[in-house]
Design a protein around this ligand. Structure first.
Ligand code: FAD
Length: 466
């Protein structure tokens, strides 16, 4: 029996559900990856994610070639190419892992249908999350819309079975022997290189294992350090979880077994990840709409000039600007800052959360529809279990609390670096003589605040109340 294993957001050989099932059931397994023109067409020509994927695919290809096989890499519409390739290679089955995004679900249905016409089976497995779809439900059989009871039910259901890894290595002899094919260059895919390398982001399972090693000793302090963007407190594994260059089962098992305050707090974040995935599965309409229908038509003024100031990191609020500049430079933003920047866009600039969600989706190297939508709707108070609308982050207090010495701000807003810690968070409150001594000229080399927080807070409250 011949089977294709179609890789998507599961770009590894270790503990990979679909790969395991394919290798167990077929004697000739052919790995395939498609650079999907339907997805690539919408992206800017310089995109860190495309480069990350390409480098990861190149590494996987080399691993498979070392095993006497190969990874077939195509640049086409995946929906057309997978059935075509399966027929051409006389496969009896195509194996893949579930993807919960609405567009991916539609694509997979089309592929399943096209394959069935040719009498080829389509098998899809859970791989990306610990619990999916309907696996964790309320006693009334509904999906959870509040995180804490979801988390309790998640933990209650957890058993070693769900964290067990798939012993792919036992069956690798069933990979099809293949003549090595060349790897397409980034240019041939229509993309230019980004600053991925300069950022020190290592793609593939090698990058993931470096980060896991690095985080290993820090995990126990995660709960204390995770909220401070100037500290190395988090794992930075999100891009690897996004593209499946690391197994979520291995990570969750490690955190669970370690059983420290830090490791359990980190596990909690993986549960948030599952939570938002099941929300998206049950409520695919959240992609364009507020989770709470009553909040869908909020009359945001949506000033384009304020939006540009936010995107470009020149709002005059140093922590927000530092956060946006981190995003623009590196494709990453610390979680605390994602909350602050998102809240600022919606509640201070009075701009529709969907604008911010779209900007993050373009920029984030770890962009994940479920988590990004969940995070935005949380900050905008439109989501399930969201921040109540009347609890509005004060960008200056957040700055004082989470970057007290301004280390993070100084890194990304060097024009303010000469200010004392006390003045850095709200430079417009500093004495002119102090500003002058630090070389800061508000309105010239650093903006005055584009809005007044206290005023905008009242406007936001009125807008939500209405
Ligand atoms: P760690 O703190 O080390 O956490 C470990 C892992 O848990 C992360 O890698 C991630 O996979 C998961 N995780 C952590 N927090 C969350 C969360 N709140 N929701 C869901 N999963 C979580 N995360 C994304 O992966 N992609 C996104 O597009 C994304 N957009 C966001 C937008 C907003 C407005 C907000 C508030 C949050 C968003 N997050 C997103 C969640 C979170 O900010 C990132 O996962 C985290 O900052 C990634 O850094 P890390 O890997 O060091 O995380």
């Amino acid at each position: 029996r011949t089977a294709l294993i179609w890789l998507r957001r599961d770009l590894r050989l270790d503990d990979q559900a679909a790969l395991y099932h394919a290798l167990k059931q077929a004697e000739r397994v052919i790995p395939v990856f498609v650079f999907d023109t339907a997805i690539l067409a919408a992206l800017p020509r310089q995109d860190r994610r495309v480069e990350f994927i390409r480098e990861t695919i190149a590494a996987l290809k080399a691993q498979l070639q070392a095993l006497g096989s190969d990874l077939l890499v195509r640049h086409a519409s995946a929906q057309d190419e997978i059935p075509r390739l399966a027929s051409k290679l006389h496969a009896q089955a195509v194996f893949t892992n579930h993807d919960y995004e609405p567009a991916a679900i539609a694509r997979d249905q089309a592929v399943r249908k096209a394959l069935s016409v040719a009498d080829i089976a389509f098998h899809s497995s859970k791989d990306q999350v610990i619990f999916e779809r309907d696996e964790v439900l309320t006693q009334a059989g509904q999906f959870f819309t509040v995180f804490t009871p979801y988390k309790n039910a998640w933990l209650k259901k957890l058993s070693p079975f769900y964290l067990q890894s798939y012993p792919v290595e036992r069956y690798l002899h069933n990979l099809a022997p293949l003549q090595p094919e060349a790897m397409p260059s980034l240019a041939s895919l229509g993309f230019a290189s980004s600053n991925l390398r300069q950022l020190g982001i290592v793609p593939g399972d090698m990058g993931a294992s470096h980060l896991c090693e690095d985080f290993h000793d820090r995990m126990d302090r995660y709960h204390e350090a995770r909220d401070f963007p100037a500290l190395k407190g988090v794992s930075y594994l999100s891009v690897h979880l996004r593209f499946g260059t690391v197994s979520v089962r291995r990570l969750a098992a490690h955190a669970y077994q370690r059983d420290t305050a830090g490791s359990l707090s980190w596990l909690n974040e993986l549960i948030w990840r599952d939570f938002y995935h099941q929300v998206l599965w049950h409520r695919p309409d959240v992609v364009d709409h507020a989770f709470k229908p009553g909040y869908d038509g909020l009359p945001f003024p949506n000033d384009p000039a304020l939006f540009s100031a936010w995107c470009e990191g020149r709002t005059g609020y140093p922590l927000v600007d530092a956060a946006m500049r981190q995003l623009n430079h590196s494709g990453f933003m610390h979680n605390r800052l994602r909350m602050v920047a998102a809240s600022f866009l919606v509640k201070d600039l009075l701009i529709d959360w969907r604008w911010g969600e779209r900007y993050f989706a373009e920029q984030l190297i770890d962009f994940d529809l479920a988590a990004n939508n969940g995070g935005w709707q949380w900050a905008a108070s439109t989501g399930c279990d969201a921040q109540p609308y009347f609890r509005i982050f004060n960008p200056v207090s957040q700055s004082r609390k989470f970057d007290p010495q301004g280390k993070f701000i100084r890194r990304y807003v060097p024009e303010l670096a000469g200010l004392a810690d006390a003045d850095l968070h709200a430079p417009w409150l500093a004495q002119p003589i102090v500003l002058r001594a630090a070389g800061v000229e508000l309105g010239r080399n650093y903006p005055r605040p584009v809005v007044d927080h206290a005023e905008q807070r009242l406007r936001a409250l009125a807008l939500f109340k209405r």
